[in-house]
Design a protein around this ligand. Structure first.
Ligand code: NAG
Ligand code: NAG
Ligand code: NAG
Ligand code: NAG
Ligand code: NAG
Ligand code: NAG
Ligand code: NAG
Length: 625
């Protein structure tokens, strides 16, 4: 990650803001002042978020202590901003506080970061974040009556606790999202605690909040993962596609200047700087709102709102209509004689402009698809520009674009077809089997998480008119979760390559993965014995979960098992229930005639050839679930 560029912004620029806000101007109209004020008012939440996201193991008591330290610091600086410690950035101040808190760095294994300085320390804190939060206890669920009692007794502390629990489990989500979540939760508590049916009320209100949090976290994690793994150019091309689709009216010059602010915002937010993330987002929104005439006619009402609603409102507004005079094709990229010259002098610029022009014209495509088309164009130019008749070569670029898009369309149609045809359990097993074949090294929890992710994507998207973009955009986020934000995961070489090779083509790469056979057991008897001992271990889990683990193990340990064998084994094990010694001759599943029980070469031979994922495995077997 680059050094952050936002030099002008420090946490408590109180007197500077005062001088910026001219006396004749009502202060809350000045965006800079409003942002600053917002940050000051939310110092408690922002401190909780930063601490809980950086050091997820931290206890709530420790957080409360740090909040007190931070509030004293803020008050001291507000009283006298010339104090030397007040020139620090907030993020630095918070990290200083974590590091100088008695015993805390040692207790939570963050000392190695505290011994570093400046950029190295910030990076170290960032790498300390863990996306998989299985090491934390499950999210505490209180009885609604208790919840309301706690809220009534001490609403501030209650909401702080909630913020802490949410932030430590979503270490990469941006601070404005968490502040919105907290505000909506507070609203829910206020409403629900006055009602008779508190539990139902909380359930109804919590669902959209959770949905919003998950969706934001997944999107932001994926984009930050792209920034970390592929660098600022890919970040810029993602945002070029996203903004050009949403605001097709915007000219390329205006877009370029807006995207500078957007990139800065992402760099700040991805790093985990909760305060500058807010300033960065506010800067982007001010930029958009100050140029509405050139950008969009649909955001007027949003721009009249205050932080943090304003940002969400703009993000959720419908796409602006395409300008009527926008030609269906931009000839500059395929019909002009001097494309290769332009490419030689400024390839990145040419490609970004191409992404912009293509995206605003094809705003019904997914973001990854727009990046794929750009990649196809880049590769085509590379080929054509080395040829004699370059212009004749790239004139047919559009065929190539359509070819790529058709492949992606076919993939989505296939996915939605499965969704229409299979029952819910069967579909889930299909994805469990598919993910297990590709990445048997993952834990059952993660495999189930990813499968549920795909189920949600298809449930959300497969009936919409913009089915393609919806599936392709959201399924890409499931892979983003799999590939990780701040780490280069080492799952297995094929999966690692898909995560790392090309951001745009991730989905295609995963689609063509073959089964990884690292985990394959050498023989039928080894398989049965392993299934047996796993089934009989006390896992303290419900039957559904046990059955899922059984399926995952079956596929891990024998990826090429047939549907009949699978169903047979499954029946025998589940019939015996918890009574392990009563599994009836599972070996016979592989030898219906009951002979050759000890002959293992049959099973071993089949491991040589790994077939494609056979859907009938997941269709027949799980009907029993
Ligand atoms: C503010 O802090 C500066 C630097 O420590 C000090 O010189 C000054 O006297 C302080 N001003 C007030 C009003 O306390
Ligand atoms: C502490 O963190 C370091 C660096 O991330 C890691 O190598 C080490 O295993 C961690 N120790 C514990 C006890 O978690
Ligand atoms: C707590 O409740 C009081 C009275 O209802 C209200 O004035 C205050 O703003 C609330 N505090 C928080 C942090 O919501
Ligand atoms: C490519 O696809 C678009 C949209 O389906 C269509 O309008 C266009 O004619 C196609 N172009 C070519 C060269 O096939
Ligand atoms: C992951 O890989 C990228 C690109 O190869 C590299 O720049 C980055 O430092 C790596 N990150 C980690 C945490 O190793
Ligand atoms: C999948 O497995 C079933 C049952 O073993 C078999 O009949 C079918 O031909 C297989 N399909 C493919 C595409 O391999
Ligand atoms: C074991 O199975 C293989 C393949 O099914 C077969 O060729 C071989 O004759 C069998 N060996 C014995 C001892 O039955």
């Amino acid at each position: 990650m680059k050094h952050v560029k936002f030099i002008g912004f420090i946490f408590f620029l109180f007197s500077l803001t005062e001088s910026l806000a001219l006396p004749t101007k009502p202060q809350d109209v000045d965006p800079f002042y409003a942002t600053q004020k917002f940050i000051e008012e939310n110092t408690v939440y922002l401190t909780i978020i930063a601490v809980a996201q950086y050091v997820q193991e931290v206890s709530f008591d420790e957080v409360e202590t740090l909040v007190k330290v931070m509030m004293d610091y803020r008050d001291g600086c507000l009283a006298n901003w010339t104090l030397p410690e007040c020139s620090k950035r907030a993020n630095e101040a918070i990290q200083d506080m974590i590091c100088s808190s008695e015993g805390l760095p040692q207790r939570h294994n963050i000392s190695h970061c505290c011994s570093k300085v400046d950029f190295a320390r910030r990076l170290c804190f960032f790498y300390n974040k863990k996306a998989k939060t299985g090491f934390l206890p499950p999210f505490p669920t209180l009885d609604p009556e208790e919840k309301c009692q706690a809220y009534k007794n001490n609403n501030g502390s209650f909401l702080n606790l909630y913020m802490y629990e949410v932030a430590r489990r979503n270490p990469f989500v941006f601070s404005p999202v968490l502040l919105t979540v907290a505000a909506r939760f507070e609203e829910a508590a206020t409403t629900c605690c006055e009602q008779q049916e508190k539990a139902t009320c909380f359930q109804d209100k919590a669902a959209p909040i959770t949905q919003y949090l998950k969706a934001s976290s997944s999107y932001q994690g994926t984009v930050c993962g792209a920034l970390i793994k592929f660098g600022p150019k890919v970040l810029n091309s993602i945002n070029t596609a996203v903004f050009s689709k949403k605001f097709p009216k915007i000219g390329f010059k205006d877009l370029t200047s807006l995207l500078e602010d957007v990139s800065t915002m992402y760099e700040l937010c991805c790093e985990g700087d909760v305060v500058q993330c807010i300033q960065g987002q506010s800067q982007v929104m001010n930029h958009i709102c100050s140029k509405q005439d050139f950008i969009s006619s649909k955001i007027k009402e949003c721009c009249e709102k205050k932080m943090p609603e304003r940002g969400d409102c703009i993000i959720n507004t419908n796409k602006e209509d395409k300008p009527e005079d926008l030609s269906p094709r931009e000839p500059k990229f395929t019909d002009s004689q001097n494309v290769c010259q332009e490419r030689d002098s400024n390839q990145d610029g040419l490609l970004i402009e191409f992404t912009h022009e293509y995206s605003r014209r094809h705003n019904y495509l997914s973001t990854p698809e727009l990046l794929r088309v750009t990649k196809v164009y880049k590769d085509l130019l590379e080929d054509c520009c080395s040829r004699e008749n370059a212009a004749g070569c790239y004139r047919h670029a559009e065929d190539k674009f359509n070819e790529t898009t058709e492949k992606s369309l076919a993939m989505v149609q296939q996915e939605c077809k499965l969704f229409q045809e299979l029952e819910k359990d069967a579909l889930k097993l299909h994805y469990l089997v598919k993910f297990t074949k590709a990445a048997p090294q993952l834990s059952l929890e993660e495999l189930v998480y990813l499968s549920n992710g795909m189920m949600e994507v298809l449930t959300t998207c497969c009936t919409l008119s913009e089915e393609f973009a919806c599936v392709d955009d959201l399924a890409d986020l499931v892979l983003g979760d799999l590939c990780g934000v701040n780490e280069n995961r080492t799952i297995n070489p094929a999966v690692d390559l898909c995560c790392r090779a090309d951001f745009a083509f991730r989905r295609h790469c995963f689609e063509h993965l073959e089964a990884d056979t690292t985990y394959v057991l050498p023989s039928v008897s080894a398989l049965i014995s392993a299934l047996h001992s796993d089934w009989c271990q006390a896992h303290n889990e419900d039957l559904q979960n046990k059955k899922h683990r059984f399926m995952v193990n079956l596929v891990k340990w024998m990826p090429e098992i047939t549907a009949e064998e699978c169903m047979c084994l499954f029946t025998k094990f589940t019939a015996a229930g918890e009574k392990c010694d009563e599994v009836q001759e599972p070996e016979t599943c592989f030898h219906p005639e009951g002979s050759n029980i000890d002959n293992e070469s049959g099973a071993a031979n089949r491991n040589d050839k790994i077939p494609e994922v056979n859907i009938s495995i997941s269709v027949k077997c799980p009907n029993l679930l």
